[in-house]
Design a binder for this molecule. Structure first.
Ligand code: HEM
Length: 407
């Protein structure tokens, strides 16, 4: 199929088209076609939900399991992301109890980190930033490592692991033999790394999240060693591989809409609706997965028990039945119930943190870069289809202004 999408293509072909690397910069025209059938069966027997209403219903349906893995993929222990109640709820409670209090009051610290990252470029006039490598990646990584108690020197090792592991989220038929092999190796390395980290960690002395989970204040007691390792791995990967795309996709949207960039420079209140609109218009997590525990009647069809279901969050966010002008980037839209953080019982635990990081980073970029321009539009994209975002985002500027607040 060429990049022109024709109506007569089957949903399976359209979906494959959207996933193909050459369409990574803009899968949205294929999603638009897929939206004509909000729930549809694919050639491999699995189901694809693309409509906002249908995805929202499925995310909240107790007859749906979060376990999206094939029987041959099943790990020794699933993370809370793939677990169902009651185990999901116990694990989630143990994490939120430790996570939420630690992220409260973090905005000043995030702000200071952003200032520090940008200040590294003050001597360049005119200069160039790679917004991914210089800001969007190091910011959330530093924050999550600090929160969890992961030593900064381990970051390099962990970063490469996270990258290989998240490629494993993409449909298997889009991965090469080499990538599949690398994935297995990365999984083994992750287990070894996390076990070492937990063993080295002083459970009694530290006040970080890992220490909190090890000491286990929750009603269900401390997590056992395997749950601890699996949960830590989930949080570290989520902290590494998602917010980076939110900041990069947000920068891209801002630089493509100079009027909004100019507004954000003087109106910090724009940051909140702006980031929500990025989460709708160009979401960092494009898709999620589920399986059916019973026959489910939806959108005039029946998803049979046992089926695997893909929820295309990014197409739901562009559903014209739900949003007016879905393909326009409009932070001022009054109603923005996007699916960027999922929904229902698996709604993203890191949403507040990710929002804060993106709001602060985008506001700082708008304020401090004099005449920023994209050096490449579209920028080169990462291989990943599900955790989708630019690989690099080179931005040129005339000057890097001092922080106007004198910080
Ligand atoms: C822009 C950044 C982020 C986006 C777009 C995002 C998106 C999502 C989405 C869509 C889900 C639901 C998945 C599903 O239903 O299958 C989810 C769940 C989750 N996210 Fe995030 N996430 C982000 C950042 C973070 C961060 C920074 C953390 C923590 C460090 C985090 C931790 C989690 C966890 C633990 C879950 C599983 C919750 C559950 O199963 O109950 N996320 N995230």
């Amino acid at each position: 199929m060429t990049s022109t999408i024709q109506q007569q293509h089957s949903p399976t072909e359209l979906f494959a088209h959207a996933l193909r690397y050459e369409n990574r910069a803009d899968p949205y025209p294929a999603y638009e076609q897929l939206l004509q059938q909000p729930v549809v069966q694919m050639a491999d027997g699995s189901w694809l939900a693309t409509g906002h209403r249908e995805i929202s219903l499925l995310l909240r349906d107790p007859r749906i399991s979060a376990d999206r893995l094939n029987p041959q993929q099943q790990p020794i222990r699933k993370s809370l992301l793939m677990e169902d109640p009651p185990r999901h709820d116990q694990l989630r409670q143990a994490v939120t109890q430790q996570f939420i209090p630690r992220i409260m009051g973090m905005r000043d610290h995030i702000d200071a980190l952003v200032t520090e990252l940008l200040d590294a470029h003050t001597s360049e006039q005119p200069g160039q930033l790679d917004v991914v490598a210089d800001l969007a990646y190091p910011l959330p990584v530093t924050v999550i490592c600090e929160l969890l108690g992961v030593p900064r020197e381990d970051e390099r090792l962990f970063g490469s692991l996270a990258r290989r592991l998240t490629r494993g989220l993409d449909p298997v038929d889009t991965q090469t033999e080499k990538e599949i092999h690398e994935l297995q190796q990365a999984r083994a390395e992750l287990v070894e790394y996390l076990e070492g980290l937990i063993a080295r960690h002083n459970a009694d002395g530290g006040s970080d999240l890992l220490a909190g989970l090890m000491n286990g204040q929750s009603p269900d007691g401390p997590m056992d060693a395997i749950d601890l390792r699996v949960t830590l791995g989930l949080l570290l990967i989520a902290g590494h591989e998602t917010t980076v795309n939110l900041i990069a996709n947000g920068t891209l949207a801002l630089l493509r809409h100079p009027d909004l960039l100019a507004r954000l420079r003087t109106d910090p209140d724009l940051a909140t609706p702006l980031v929500e609109e990025v989460l709708r218009y160009d979401p960092p997590v494009q898709m999620s997965g589920r399986s059916a525990l019973a026959d489910i009647d939806i959108a005039g069809t029946t998803i049979p028990k046992g089926s695997r279901i893909r929820l295309l969050l990014a197409s739901g966010n562009r559903d014209p039945r739900r949003f007016t002008d879905p393909d326009r980037f409009l932070p001022d839209r009054a109603d923005n119930a996007h699916l960027g953080f999922g929904g229902g019982i698996h709604y993203c635990i890191g949403a507040t943190l990710a929002r804060a990081e993106a709001q602060i980073a985008l506001t700082a970029l708008a304020r401090r870069l004099d005449s920023p321009r994209l050096a490449a539009d579209p920028p080169p994209y990462r291989e990943n289809a599900i955790l989708r975002g630019p690989e690099r985002l080179p931005v040129t500027f005339e000057r890097l202004l001092r922080d106007p607040r004198g910080k």
